[in-house]
Write a protein that binds this ligand. Structure first.
Ligand SMILES: O=C(O)CCC(=O)C(=O)O
Length: 255
């Protein structure tokens, strides 16, 4: 990709909403290879609805699929999209590292239109800390659907615009003291979730301060997605200021 592939409108929407959804963004061969290794690694038979519904709600593989090699070309591809927002050469080049998140059918079916969209009213959160509670500095994330995700099929669920509200909170609090109480305050003061569904090859690019969670899977298929978090070269040195000024260091967007 040598020319911009994202429109001005997509960039503007990203600034406003904190995310953008790209369709058919990934060559099928890359998706097939990544999906094959995910399917091989998970312990469940992904054609067996009963087995999946009886098991855990989700599984997360932090770079621990049997073979991560297919994620390197996928990440290279995603970096080009991400740099359209952050600026060419602005991100640390990825290796094969990815979080593969599988959301299994819960065995419940939506019988009413107001069935909760997220599991906890789920676990809306911001990825300030990693799994072990350490600060997780990153700039922009890309979530790639390796298989089709139907509505209420466990899609990534985001709260549009909350990156601005979290930044406001962080202009008065340090990153280190962040807790989900802040997310609760933001959501209680009014924000509505948006669940992303779409065919395999759908990519959601989202800002590091955006509130999100995994949606309820009321379908019969697992939701298999790959998450890649990209970091600006100077993210760590600038993270406190970046948390207060969500686009301060992004060269690809109008602020
Ligand atoms: O699986 C999902 O859609 C959400 C995962 C998530 O929220 C996370 O890893 O931070």
């Amino acid at each position: 990709m040598t020319e911009d592939v994202l429109t001005r409108e997509q960039r503007d929407r990203f600034v406003h909403n904190g995310f953008v959804v790209l369709r058919n963004a990934i060559p099928q061969a890359l998706l097939d290879e990544a999906l094959a290794v995910a399917t091989k690694t998970v312990p469940e038979d992904l054609n067996d609805f009963e087995e999946m519904a009886a098991g855990p709600e989700d599984r997360h593989y932090w770079n621990t699929l049997d073979d991560m090699a297919p994620f390197r070309p996928l990440n290279d591809h995603l970096q080009e999209y991400a740099e359209e927002f952050v600026g060419t050469g602005g991100l640390v080049s990825p290796d094969e590292f990815a979080q593969i998140a599988v959301r299994y059918p819960t065995g419940e079916f939506s019988s009413t239109p107001d069935h909760p969209m997220t599991t906890t009213h789920g676990n809306p959160h911001v990825d300030i800390f990693d799994e072990s509670g350490e600060l997780q500095p990153f700039t922009i994330a890309a979530t790639t659907y390796l298989e089709d995700v139907h509505p209420r099929g466990g899609g990534l669920t985001v709260w549009p615009g909350t990156h601005w509200r979290i930044a406001e909170y962080l202009s008065e609090h340090s990153l280190e003291t962040f807790s989900n109480e802040a997310v609760k305050q933001v959501l209680d003061s009014g924000a509505s979730p948006f669940e992303v569904s779409g065919p395999a090859g759908t990519v959601v690019l989202w800002h590091n301060l955006l509130v999100h969670t995994g949606g309820c899977n009321l379908g019969r298929q697992p939701r298999i997605a790959s998450f890649t978090r990209f970091r600006r070269h100077d993210e760590e040195e600038t993270s406190q200021n970046a948390a207060r000024n969500p686009f301060e260091y992004w060269d690809g967007v109008e602020k």
